[in-house]
Design a protein around this ligand. Sequence first.
Ligand code: FES
Ligand SMILES: [Fe+2]
Length: 389
Amino acid sequence: MLTQEENEMLTRVGPGTPAGELLRRYWLPVGVASELTAENPTQVVRILGETLVLFMDKSGNVGLLEDRCPHRGVSLSYGRVEQRGIACAYHGWLYDTKGNCLETPAEPCESKFHLTVKQKAYPVQKLVGLYWAYMGPLPAPLIANFDIWFRQDGRRKIFIQPQLDANWFQPMENSMDPAHLQILHQNTAARGREIADSTRGLTDDVAEFDFYEVPYGGLMKRRTYKNGMIDEHPVLFPNILRQGNVGQIRVPMDDTHTKVYFVRFYPTENGELVENDEPPVEYLKSYKNPPDALHPFTRFRMDLVQSQDHMAWETQGPICDRTQERLTSSDRGVILLREVMFREMKKVQQGLDPIGVVRDPANNPFIDTHLLESIKLGDYDRSPLAVNQ
Ligand code: FES
Ligand SMILES: [Fe+2]
């Protein structure tokens, strides 16, 4: 059980909040690269409690600016892109991708007023078919050399999950909660096996759970089954779950909404290298009906692993009230994750880099959890995307 103050620390993501400042030390996806085109060159991005505009100017430069025009507050997402940037639709103030104001066309020609205007701008880079932004203090670090993003011997596919109308830390705690698989997901995990007792589900398959930190800035949850099989899912701190060949990225939009990207890696059969991997994108349909309502005014389908998880995450509440919980021994992973969060938030407050922040290209080790997974993981828990079809 946490105090209200501790719960706020884990869950609030806006500028100046402890978790918000921690999350701003990592590159985060802000959009699907293929969505930004000459026909649709702007889109609104809601991330970490900020409303931003992602745009591609006519020179092909991609920028991420605060959406609110500093003149009189109109959304820049309705702006016209030009050779040198984006011009506000209202009075044409023109901004480049660095946030410099280049023109204020309604002012007299000799006016230098535009030189006094600076719009908030964040660096953007493209990786695995997504645009990623860094919203923290400069200089920006590197993106960790995670095999799912950087392996060349295969192709990737992006799955955009339906918007999660809940706080980001609920799916992260779920990632450190192995016991729910054998119960919440028992029907899909059973793969046709008869389940004698649906209260216990497949719990009796498991010998033990272990949780520990790993050196690349992650946390591991490990299930050891009675038949000797071992199943490990690392969390790449703070917001990525690795499951099989899928990196599940949870990006807080604000305190009560989360965008979830899955990047799945498909290795080539013979190890052949793939050039110019342009991942296709699949948009998954809402798991609830009606799709834009909150519990108890909507109902989740319960026949898919992901919809079962979304049910669990959303019905905990827009922000789970952790002053009212009863943690037990199987919640040790959840407790570890919270301890690591509190420790790392404190480091950020002291001006230090949190775990997993990489700055030296010569010291950005290749994080390959795939080998470990493929050797140890049986067939037990391989269904999460298959069931999305
Ligand atoms: S509100 Fe943007 S230029 Fe006036
Ligand atoms: Fe789950």
